[in-house]
Design a protein around this ligand. Structure first.
Ligand code: UFG
Length: 337
């Protein structure tokens, strides 16, 4: 019988969509979430929309003994580590909390894996690990480590911790997935991104403007050296991203060592283009105003997704219009998030 996959942060935006993909592909899933940034209601919705059951443990991923218990109890075959604090500005205000939580959970999971003989792990990393490049697109060989925020540095450090662990412990296999800009939601409209407070990222902000909770989208920088002056990013559908994790798990069936893989579409979209695509999905204009650039922002980020295709057989399939339509379905049906 196939072993179960432990998903940390399984009630969160990425983790919940990963669980759907796992269940769809016939895996057993076990979620661990402390609900610090997610709601337990997500689990009921996941069961409804997938028509399948999975186990949930209310433990903290930073607790190595609790993680070892979960791994033993549920016969875990691999870990997908999505749990973590993820706000760039908050990480600048609370660096110690960010390092403690984001590094502490990785170390605890590795200890629990060593203790219980689990040897496979997929990690939620981010394109934020790359320093600014004059050469586009970003390949996995691009230098990392020059991050402006503790959030970004916690991803860099986690990549290093996992690389060192995979080198030290025989038979370990680790895939570091560097996400570009995940947006969208499951097409059922039942799960999606639900950040608290004033959103920092563009899609949750646009959704608050679309639902009338915020009056206008600030376009943070209209004078970049890009075709329309606004920032270019590689947005990818959260369901494509989730499927990338299943592809990484399959790769780990035979791979030992560490591999780093970009998850992106390879296409860049400007702020103005994403606003237009959202207006099409919603059917009404969205007010915007040009504001100063955010400190640390760069003109363009775009993945070279060739390695994901070559190694994992994965490529993003869903269009920008689908990303916007699915985001809108989620936001309009769940005004409270
Ligand atoms: N933007 C606006 N207005 C806003 C918010 C964003 O115009 O209110 C613009 C930004 O200037 C940028 C684009 O929209 O050009 C995307 O910004 P996001 O904040 O949505 O995304 P980032 O590219 O800054 O950061 C995201 C994630 C990080 C991750 C990074 C990797 O938030 O966690 O991608 O590249 F590390």
């Amino acid at each position: 019988m196939q072993k179960n996959i432990l998903v940390t942060g399984g009630a969160g935006y990425v983790g919940s969509h990963v669980i759907v993909s796992l269940l769809e592909r016939g895996y057993g899933a076990v979620s661990v979430d402390n609900f610090r940034n997610a709601s337990p209601e997500v689990y009921g919705r996941l069961r409804e929309l997938s028509g399948k059951d999975f186990a949930a443990a209310g433990a903290d991923a930073c607790d190595a003994e609790a993680m070892a218990r979960v791994m033993r109890t549920h016969d875990i075959g691999a870990v997908i580590h999505c749990a973590g604090y993820k706000s760039v500005p908050e990480s600048i205000q609370k660096p110690l909390e960010y390092y403690e939580n984001n590094l502490g959970s990785t170390i605890a999971l590795c200890k629990a894996m060593r203790e219980t003989g689990v040897t496979r792990l997929v990690f939620s990393s981010s394109a934020t690990v790359y320093g600014e490049s004059k050469v586009l697109p970003y390949t996995e060989e691009h230098p990392t480590g020059n991050c402006a925020s503790p959030y970004g540095m916690s991803k860099v450090m986690n990549e290093r911790i996992l690389t060192d662990a995979a080198a030290a412990y025989p038979g370990w296999g680790v895939v570091l997935l560097r996400y570009f800009n995940p947006i969208g939601a499951h097409p059922s409209g039942r799960i999606g991104d639900a950040p608290g407070g004033v959103p920092g990222n563009i899609m949750p902000y646009l959704l608050k403007v679309a639902t009338g909770k915020l009056p206008v989208l600030p376009i943070t920088g209209g004078d970049y050296d890009t075709p329309d002056g606004t920032g270019l990013r590689d947005y990818l559908h959260i369901c494509d991203l989730a499927e990338g994790h299943v592809a990484a798990l399959q790769y780990l069936e035979t791979f030992t060592g560490t591999e780093t893989v970009n998850l992106g579409t390879g296409r860049a979209t400007s702020v103005r283009e994403i606003v237009r695509a959202m207006e099409k999905a919603i059917g009404k204009p969205l007010p915007t105003e040009i504001k100063p650039r955010r400190p640390g922002d760069i003109a363009e980020m775009r993945a070279d997704p060739a390695k994901a295709k070559r190694l994992l057989g994965w490529e993003a399939r869903r269009s920008l219009d689908e990303m916007c339509a699915d985001s809108w379905r989620w936001a309009s049906r769940n005004p409270a998030g």
